[in-house]
Design a protein around this ligand. Structure first.
Ligand SMILES: [Zn+2]
Length: 1152
């Protein structure tokens, strides 16, 4: 497969974690999560997709019949027609679609936006408007007519008391033997994702920092002057289906030629990198006049010095490596001190250091210089850009004021900064972040810079409680107002003309009549007088209630269903997993997602257990006991019962509880070790089809499916393939069977979440295909052990079941003339080049979209993006969520470089690279990454920086962390695995990263390292983070490192006994157990503080992190060191200093 095929190949998948989740894990016990305003958004606020109205003949999903590429514009759908019917069409008889009341189906509370403007100008959207509520839609599944095809193979058993059922079961299980090997739990393997360790339940709550000051948008802070970019006449450009960009990896990898020895700088002056800090001597910037000494504070380079654009002077001592121009004034005010690391030019980076070659695989002939390296003169780590400093500076500069989105092209604060957002016409950065907020006007300029133009979109992102959820707008039967040609949805940038009778599209310039019911007069400035009354005219994000035209088969959808499918083979039972899951489900079922203020969830549930055969359960409320039906003919899966399979939890509670009590008993003595897998998904899919609804499958699976059945797999793990041309096969599915299955699942809106509990290789690359392509999530608990892993698993499960999710989703990104979306990364399926389809899309999933020019842009007009997501809410309501974002355009490269967002750039580059490994050798992918970044930086140096010695490395201010972060991506397990990393780990990580948001990739690639012993036990704050390098660690301290998947607690050998006693409850270092999966609960300030920090971190991440205690000099320390990403890694990854030198050399080669 080629690089660009991505969409169909198993996309990776992952789950992003929002920077702020309102989710609180622990609480789930008996009440709605504390602290989390459940009703607010906990459960889900439906967003809506913007998908054009597919008036699909048979459901637009029909596998084949999807609107072909380019269809966007063409669909001359009836968008406009629809209106009239609604009244009668809604509320299909049997389905549980929320019957929108005629006129306005808005739930109470939506009054704020009545359809018709009142003529009076009101500023600001009534923030006080009641929180959105959704109409109760809880129609029970009507089993009624459904035929109950009890087919041949199914056995119907009424299993009341265990005895009976056991008997029955034995028939099916006869002959099975226990797999010897699989049974026992192997030793914890590599760290990272390996050995599970559980973490203590979180109890802390994440306080959204910031001030609660957010007053939603009042008159005084009205939206931005319409002038900004309203209605830009743009040349129309229908977006013809464009082929997904080809060739992402620049092939022009210049290869790393040997270091040019020419540049004065002693080529081999760099000694091998080794841990210890080098002599302070700055890499001698031989520049005259330059004083050596570290980054002297006096250096002009100080980060933010916003040097006048033109003056490219200041180079001497070191021009701001950070780019000549300071950061954009508004967002990033210059920050004062920035001592430690100067960001100016680092003096000349000397040539490559000797041993470099070896250490840095990507660099071929690098270390060719023979001879003993000259005296150690290497870059002082303190003189190179520090991620910690940049993060701190941004927090100090941007953390106190709300980020107001009224200004076009405004760069938001970093994801590591806590800030509030006020929507004044552009989508919050929580929904969309871009690699650059100032796009080159021409394609040539873009190519010259090599800066990728991409947006990382999280359509259903969770917002902190202080922010307002998108308003739900109901235009009644007529549906949302859209451009006649490109079908873009009404938004703040559309321009009303002719007294308000028509509007010109800001995306394609087409003029459309304003529907009579939507007409409103304009004020003297040309703005509609109801501007502030309508979210779609004044806000960046909002939702529309979709009409039946937006529904599959022109029928409002039924509420979705959740089907729990539990592996009951020997390993699952023996480890206690089956019992654990069943126990948990009994209470968890009370926390299914609910919409708005609905009292109970509309989601129906069903249960299946399986090993080599599948067992379906009838849990109809009228039964005294659940009934089991076994399907042993897995070759042709069907669902043996319809009536009673999917039920309402409250109605069938007694039967369900009885079932969950019995399952562990029924299989307690199983000897079956083999499992099937594909038939399990097929069964869930068939059940949803029969019920005519979308839904999610929660599959709990333990082993490689080797039993005879469709989708059967073999163990093809082979680490010898690493670093060969065949390495890519390790990431590819071993059969295309799952790709086809995924396609069917997407068509039905069947999302698959997978919980894996492997004791050995189970081929995540293949098993994850369906999950990945349906927008689901994968969780992996290697060597699952009840004691250490249950907390982590249960927290993940609770969160996964409860989180906001939309079903049957289709997302399209429209752009103004001149650019268009050409490529997509994430967990989804695409059957054409423009529509991203997801059977399910939850609040953590992110889609990264790349844009390319197809025409010139203008500085005046800027560029616009509109992301429209059509989806079905958890109550079965069809909605469209719209996000708009306006960007600036530039003719000067310096403007581009001044408005970039490196964290987002890294998110894109990582996803791009992780997709690349499916089709190219890993080394090629790494080289391409390095090459692209070198070009980005060289272009800046050549065109934006003032002339200076070639010996100086000059980085743009906004990209000064690009080298260090890029190096982290290059050294990651997917691109450069260490010996302890398993093939499954790599496939797993690859999928996770592909759906991560920017905050998640940031901490994943550059973990957060906190000195716990420096924490102030009397405050709520976190201790200041430090750089990820061993030389920053003190033997007398205790540190915490987190990357979104793991939390390490590292204890130095010289830590005071008192601290050890307080944290671990033991009297000495040697007594600390490194098998701890949670810290003991001790009643002292230090213990409480540390546990509260951990709890706080857990709440911020979308997955419960595994806690691993590491003692200095203990063998587990190797695992920990793997995450000290500024150091050279055991797997050969370069240290930050070495990599920076290498980048510098690459850049110089490009310039010469
Ligand atoms: Zn248009």
């Amino acid at each position: 497969m080629s690089v660009n095929q991505q969409a169909h190949t198993g996309p990776p998948y992952g789950q992003p974690q929002p920077g702020y989740q309102g989710y609180q894990q622990p609480a789930y016990g008996g009440q709605p999560l504390p602290g989390v305003p459940q009703s607010q958004y906990g459960v889900y606020n439906g967003p809506m997709p913007g998908y054009q109205q597919p008036v699909p003949p048979q459901g637009y999903f029909a596998s084949l019949g999807f609107p072909l590429k380019g269809s966007p514009v063409s669909n001359s759908d009836n968008s406009s027609l629809a209106p009239n019917f609604i009244g009668s069409l809604r509320a299909p008889p049997t389905s549980g679609a929320p019957p929108p009341a005629s006129g306005s189906s808005l739930p109470s509370g939506h009054l704020a936006y009545s359809q018709f403007g009142h003529g009076d100008v009101q500023n600001g959207i009534p923030a006080s408007a009641a929180p959105m509520q959704r109409p109760p839609a809880s129609q029970p599944f009507l089993p009624g007519s459904a035929p109950t095809p009890v087919s041949q193979t199914s056995t119907f058993q009424q299993y009341g008391p265990p005895p009976a059922s056991v008997q029955q079961l034995s028939n099916h299980m006869a002959g099975m033997t226990i797999g010897s090997t699989t049974a026992s739990a192997p030793p914890p393997a590599g760290l990272g994702y390996g050995p599970p360790t559980s973490v203590p339940p979180v109890s802390g709550s994440f306080s959204a920092t910031g001030s609660g000051l957010y007053t939603p948008y009042t008159a005084s802070q009205g939206p931005p002057p319409p002038s900004v970019s309203q209605g830009l006449p743009l040349a129309q450009s229908p977006f013809p289906g464009q082929p997904i960009s080809t060739q992402r990896l620049p092939t022009q990898v210049p290869g790393f030629a040997p270091p040019p020895s020419s540049t004065g700088i002693g080529p081999s002056s760099y000694p091998p990198t080794t841990g210890a800090p080098r002599a302070p001597s700055m890499p001698g910037p031989p520049l005259p006049g330059q004083t050596v000494a570290g980054p002297s504070a006096s250096q002009p380079n100080h980060v933010s010095s916003p040097p006048p654009p033109s003056t490219m002077t200041g180079l001497h001592p070191g021009p701001p490596m950070s780019g000549l121009r300071g950061p954009p004034p508004p967002t990033h005010p210059p920050q004062p001190g920035y001592q430690m690391q100067q960001n100016g030019s680092f003096g000349q980076v000397r040539g490559p250091q000797p041993n470099y070659g070896g250490a840095y695989p990507g660099a071929p002939n690098y270390g060719s210089q023979p001879g003993p390296p000259p005296p150690p003169k290497r870059l002082d780590p303190d003189s190179i850009p520090s991620p910690i400093q940049v993060i701190e500076d941004d927090r100090n500069n941007c953390g106190s004021e709300p980020f107001v989105t009224g200004v076009r092209g405004q760069v938001p604060p970093l994801v590591t900064t806590n800030f509030l957002v006020k929507d004044q016409g552009n989508a919050s950065p929580r929904y969309i972040r871009c690699t650059s907020y100032n796009i080159p006007c021409t394609s040539d300029m873009a190519k010259q810079s090599q800066v990728p133009l991409a947006a990382v979109i999280k359509p259903l992102a969770t917002l902190p409680p202080e922010e307002t959820l998108p308003y739900l707008v109901d235009h009644g039967e007529s549906g949302p107002v859209r451009c006649n040609r490109c079908k873009a949805y009404m938004c703040p940038f559309m321009q009303f003309i002719e007294g308000g009778r028509r509007f010109q599209c800001c995306f394609c310039s087409c003029v459309t009549e304003v529907p009579p019911h939507y007409f409103q007069h304009l004020d003297h400035t040309g703005k509609r007088v109801d501007f502030y009354d309508r979210p779609e005219l004044s806000l960046g994000s909002y939702e529309f209630l979709a009409t039946v035209d937006y529904c599959k088969n022109n029928k409002f959808p039924s509420p979705p269903a959740f089907i729990f499918m539990i592996d009951v083979s020997y390993n699952a039972v023996k480890s206690g997993l089956v019992r654990l899951i069943c126990e948990e489900l009994k209470s968890l079922l009370d926390y299914l997602p609910r919409e708005g203020n609905m009292e109970e969830s509309a989601i129906r549930v069903g249960f299946v257990t399986y090993n080599k055969v599948l067992h379906f359960y009838n849990v109809k409320s009228s039964l005294a006991q659940p009934q089991m039906m076994v399907v042993s003919d897995v070759a042709d899966m069907f669902v043996p019962l319809l009536d009673g399979f999917l039920v309402n939890v409250n109605e069938s509670r007694t039967v369900i509880v009885s079932l969950l009590d019995q399952i562990p008993e029924m299989f307690a003595d199983t000897r079956e070790t083999e499992t099937v897998f594909a038939p399990v998904i097929q069964a869930g899919l068939e059940a949803l089809k029969a019920a005519e609804c979308a839904g999610k499958l929660f599959i709990f699976h333990t082993s490689l499916p080797i039993a005879e059945a469709p989708g059967k797999l073999k163990n093809r793990d082979d680490k010898k393939l690493i670093n060969t041309d065949k390495e890519k096969t390790l990431f590819q599915p071993q059969t295309s069977f799952y790709n086809n299955l995924a396609k069917d699942c997407v068509a039905q809106g069947c999302c698959v979440d997978l919980f894996l509990f492997p004791n050995q290789y189970l081929d995540v690359a293949t098993l994850g295909v369906v999950t990945y392509q349906t927008g689901g999530s994968i969780y992996k608990y290697a060597y699952f052990q009840l004691e250490t892993d249950q907390d982590r698993f249960l927290n993940d499960l609770r969160r996964d079941v409860q989180k906001e999710v939309g079903f049957d989703a289709v997302m399209r990104v429209r752009t103004s003339t001149g650019i268009r979306a050409t490529d997509f990364f994430g967990a989804f399926y695409m059957s054409n080049t423009t529509d991203v389809e997801m059977a399910g899309l939850d609040c953590d999933k992110t889609i990264t979209v790349e844009f390319k020019h197809d025409d010139k842009l203008s500085e005046d007009s800027g560029a616009l993006l509109q992301c429209a997501l059509l989806y079905t809410s958890c109550a079965g309501q069809r909605r469209l969520r719209i996000h708009n974002l306006s960007l600036n355009c530039c003719t000067q490269l310096a403007d581009l470089y001044r408005n970039c967002e490196t964290d987002t750039l890294i998110n894109y580059l990582a996803k791009y690279a992780y997709r690349g490994v499916l089709s190219s050798p890993v080394k090629t992918v790494r080289d391409a990454l390095i090459s692209q970044c070198a070009q980005i930086l060289a272009c800046y140096r050549k065109n934006c920086a003032s002339p200076s010695s070639a010996g100086q490395l000059i980085l743009p201010e906004c990209m000064k962390l690009l080298p260090v972060y890029l190096n982290c991506v290059l050294k990651s397990d997917v691109l450069q695995p260490g010996p302890e990393v398993t093939t499954d780990d790599r496939a797993y990580i690859r999928q996770l990263v592909t759906s991560m948001d920017v905050a998640e990739t940031n901490v994943f690639f550059y973990p957060r390292l906190l000195p716990l012993t420096k924490a102030d036990v009397d405050s709520d704050s976190l201790p200041a983070a430090i750089r990820n390098s061993e030389e920053r660690l003190s033997k007398g301290d205790i540190y915490l490192l987190e990357n979104g998947l793991n939390i390490f607690v590292w204890v130095g050998v010289n830590v005071q006994q008192g601290l050890i006693q307080n944290l671990f409850g033991v009297s000495s270092f040697s007594q600390i157990s490194n098998a701890l999966s949670t810290l003991p609960v001790l009643e002292n300030p230090f213990s409480k503080k540390v546990r509260s920090i951990i709890d706080m971190l857990q709440v911020q991440r979308s997955r419960y992190m595994k806690l691993i205690v590491v003692k200095q000099e203990d063998k587990l320390e190797m695992l920990f060191k793997h995450f000290l990403v500024e150091d050279k890694s055991l797997s050969g990854g370069a240290s930050y200093v070495d990599f920076l030198c290498h980048m510098h050399k690459e850049i110089r080669e490009l310039l010469s």
